[in-house]
Each structure stands twice: as C-alpha cells, then as structure tokens.
Design a protein. Sequence first.
Length: 135
Amino acid sequence: MAPSATCSRCGEDDETLIHCIRDYRFSRNIWNKIGFSDGDFFSAQNAHVWINSATSGPRGSLFLAGLWWVWRYRNLMCLNNEFWSLFRITNNIHNSAEAIRTTFQKDVRIAHPKRLLNGIVTITWVPFSTLMAAA
C-alpha cells in the first residue's frame, strides 16, 4: 500500500481513478491525440458520469478502446516499468476501436474464399434473444 495518496508518477495530484485514466498528463495527451480535446470531456469529476457520457456518443467505440489502452499502459508503466510512444498507444487504440465497430455491426460483409470471384457474401447478425424466441 502506498504511503501517500499522491500520484507516484507525477506527484501533482491524488492518484484517483479519474486522475489515472484521464487527468494524468500522459493520459490527457493520449485523449487529445485521439480527438477528445474539448473542455466538456475533461470536466466531469465523477468517473461513472464521465464514462457513461463518453460511451453514449457516436465515438463510443473509440472511447472504450482509449479507456482500455490508457489503463493498460498505466499498469505496464507502473508495474513493469515499460514506456511506450504516444504513436504506439494511439495506433493500438484506433485498431481496437475498428475491431469493436466491426464486431458489433449488424451487417458484416466478408470475402468468402470460394466465392471471391462471384462477389461478396453478406452475413447478418441476429441477437441471441431473437433466436431463442423463434425456437
């Protein structure tokens, strides 16, 4: 257990969840780099309110990916003494956000190896609850 509540990385603020994932200077740089730079994004003082408001918008996938990678990087830095470039982290965030978006799309188009010359096969996503209701 840390002898002080002060952030051991910067020594500028208490090491709260919101400080670690949003307000710590490197975390803030990450959020700014991926496009979350307006004052409203940094104004919520409650982590629950901040996360709920950021995930409900059109950039929810990007926010969730950013949240994961900011937290992961913080832990790698604190626990393993690993330091990554801002480019590496933001690249991981964008790749993860794209994976989240494509995973939860309702219609996904994929190229099937046997039908590649004939066109694109459409696979439609159906919620599990719909399948159960039909059974």
